[in-house]
Ligand binder design. Structure first.
Ligand code: CMC
Length: 438
C-alpha cells in the first residue's frame, strides 16, 4: 500500500472481498478517501488489469489535495484559504482576495501595496495583441476572443514555459491577472465597433475595467462608487470554487507542464459552456422567454416534464443553498439603486419562490446558484449576455492560477491521464478499399 496511507490510524481501513477470487484486501482510508491505485491491486490474475473506478464527471473522485478553497455543500459554506466568503465580500477587495488565494495568507500593508502596484503596472498589452484582436469578425463572441488572446499571450511571454522557477511563475501570474480586464474590455468594445480604451493606471482594478468598457470622449471616466463596489463583490464571489469544470481543465492541461497562458486558456474554454459559466446568460434568455409572471406555472411544468432545465438552479456541490447566491441577491439592490430595477427581477423572484416550494425541486435539493441573479446585475450594468462569461473569467483567473501554482508545487501530481472502459471492436481485419467499395 502507498506510503501516505502509513499515517492512517490502524482501524481506518476498508475491507474488500473480491468474490471472483475469494481474496480479501484491506485498503487504507485517508481523509475519507481510498487511493484508486490501492484498488488497482485487486485483480483476478497477475496478468489481468487491476480494479479501476468508473466515474464520469468525477462525481466522487478527488483529483488532488488542495488548501485553496473549502466548500461544504450541505451547509452552504464557501471559504477561501479558511476565510468565509461572506466576510471577504463584506470587507475585502478583489486584488486582496487574489493575493490571498495565490499566496495563502492575507497581505501585510507592504505586501498589498506592492501587489497592487505590480498588477496595475502590467495592465497594458503589447500593441500586436490589440491588432490580433482587431482581426476578429465584427460579431465575434467576446469569450472566444478572450480565449484566443489569452492563449496568444503565451507567444508574447515564451519565458512563461519555465514553470519551475517561482519568480518567473509569479511574473506570469501578475501578467495574467493584470491583463485579463484589458483583454475582456477590448473584446467588449470590438463587438460594439468602438475604439479600444487603454488602461488608466490611476484607477483601481475594477474602476479601471469599467473605464475601459464604457469611456467615450470624456478625459477621465470614473464609474459610480456603488457600481465599483458591486463589481468588487461579484469578482470576489467568482474568484475560486475548488475543483469545478474549468479549474479541473486548468489543472489537467497544466499537468502537462505547459505555460500558464495555455492552461488558463483551457479554463476559459471550459467556462464558456452553458452548464458552467454560461448559465447566467442562459438564465436571462430563459427569463425573457417566460416574459410574464402568469407564464411561470406552465414553464415549471415543462421543466418537471424534463423538457428543459430551470437555469440558475441546482449545483453539483451545494445541496442546501449557494452562499454566493445570497450575497449576489443583496448586491442586486445596490446596483438597481443606481441603474433602476431590471424588470426581469420580478419574474426571477417569483420563479424562485415557486420553485423553492415545489416538490420536484425540493426533493432534488435544487436551489438558486450564483448564476441565477448575476445575469440580472450584469444586464443592469449594460452588459450584453455574451459578456457574462467574460465577467466570470476575469476574476476566476486568480483562482485558476492559485490552483495551477499549487499543482506545479505538488510532488504527488502527475500528468492527467484517466483510464477508460473500452467498448469498441477489437482486432478487426482491414479490408482493402477495392473490396469494400465494390
Ligand atoms: N432544472 C431542473 N432539473 C434539474 C436541474 C435544473 N436546473 N438541475 C438538476 N436537475 C435534476 C436532474 O434532471 C436530475 O433529476 P433526476 O434525478 O430526476 O434525473 C437531478 O436534478 C439531479 O441532477 P444532476 O444533473 O444529476 O446534477 P448534477 O450535479 O450533475 O448537475 C448542474 C449540476 C449545475 C449541471 C445542474 O444542476 C444544471 O444543469 N443546472 C442548470 C445549469 C446551471 O445553473 N449551471 C450553473 C452551475 S453554478 C456555476 C458554477 O459553479 O459553475
Amino acid at each position: 500500500m502507498s506510503d501516505e496511507t502509513a499515517t492512517a490510524s490502524a482501524g481506518d481501513t476498508l475491507t474488500v472481498r473480491d468474490n471472483r477470487t475469494g481474496t480479501e484486501y484491506d485498503v487504507p482510508i485517508l481523509d475519507g478517501t481510498v487511493r484508486a491505485a490501492d484498488l488497482g491491486k485487486i485483480r483476478v490474475a497477475e496478468d489481468e488489469p487491476g480494479l479501476a473506478v468508473y466515474d464520469p464527471g468525477f462525481v466522487n473522485t478527488a483529483s488532488c489535495r488542495s488548501a485553496v478553497t473549502f466548500i461544504d455543500g450541505d451547509e452552504g459554506v464557501l471559504e477561501y484559504r479558511g476565510y468565509p466568503i461572506e466576510q471577504l465580500a463584506e470587507n475585502s477587495d478583489y486584488l486582496e482576495v487574489a493575493y490571498l488565494l495565490i499566496h495563502g495568507h492575507l497581505p501585510s500593508r507592504d505586501e498589498y501595496e506592492a501587489w497592487v502596484h505590480e498588477i496595475t503596472y502590467h495592465t497594458f498589452v503589447h500593441e500586436n495583441v490589440k491588432t490580433f484582436m482587431q482581426g476578429f469578425r465584427y460579431d465575434a463572441h467576446p469569450m472566444g476572443m478572450l480565449l484566443a488572446s489569452v492563449g496568444g499571450l503565451s507567444t508574447f511571454y515564451p519565458e512563461g514555459r519555465n514553470i519551475s522557477d517561482p519568480d518567473n511563475r509569479h511574473m506570469q501570474m501578475v501578467r495574467l491577472i493584470a491583463k485579463m480586464p484589458t483583454l475582456g474590455a477590448f473584446a467588449f468594445r470590438h463587438a460594439q465597433g468602438k475604439p479600444y480604451v487603454y488602461p488608466d493606471n490611476e484607477l483601481s482594478y475594477t474602476a479601471n475595467f469599467l473605464a475601459m468598457l464604457f469611456k467615450m470622449s470624456e478625459r477621465k471616466f470614473v464609474a459610480d462608487e456603488r457600481l465599483i463596489k458591486a463589481l468588487e463583490v461579484l469578482f470576489i464571489l467568482h474568484a475560486d470554487h475548488e475543483q469545478n469544470c474549468s479549474t479541473n481543465a486548468v489543472r489537467s492541461v497544466g499537468s502537462s507542464q505547459v505555460d500558464p497562458y495555455s492552461a488558463v486558456a483551457a479554463g476559459i474554454g471550459a467556462l464558456f459552456g452553458p452548464l458552467h459559466g454560461g448559465a447566467n446568460e442562459a438564465v436571462l434568455r430563459m427569463l425573457r422567454r417566460i416574459g410574464t409572471i402568469d407564464k411561470i406555472p406552465e414553464f415549471i411544468e415543462g421543466v418537471k416534464a424534463g423538457n428543459e432545465k430551470l437555469m440558475g438552479f441546482g449545483h453539483r456541490v451545494y445541496k442546501n443553498y449557494d452562499p454566493r447566491a445570497k450575497i449576489i441577491k443583496k448586491a442586486c439592490d445596490d446596483v438597481f439603486e443606481v441603474t433602476g430595477v431590471n424588470p426581469l427581477l420580478t419574474i426571477a423572484l417569483e420563479l424562485e419562490k415557486i420553485a423553492l416550494e415545489d416538490e420536484y425541486f425540493v426533493s432534488r435539493k435544487l436551489y438558486p446558484n450564483v448564476d441565477f441573479y448575476s445575469g440580472l446585475i450584469y444586464e443592469a450594468l449594460s452588459f450584453p449576455p455574451e459578456m457574462f462569461t467574460v465577467l466570470f473569467a476575469i476574476p476566476r483567473t486568480s483562482g485558476w492560477l492559485a490552483q495551477w501554482s499549487e499543482l506545479v508545487d505538488d510532488p504527488e501530481q502527475k500528468i492527467a491521464r484517466p483510464k477508460q472502459i473500452y467498448t469498441g471492436d477489437r482486432t478487426l481485419e482491414f479490408e482493402a478499399r477495392e473490396k469494400r467499395w465494390t
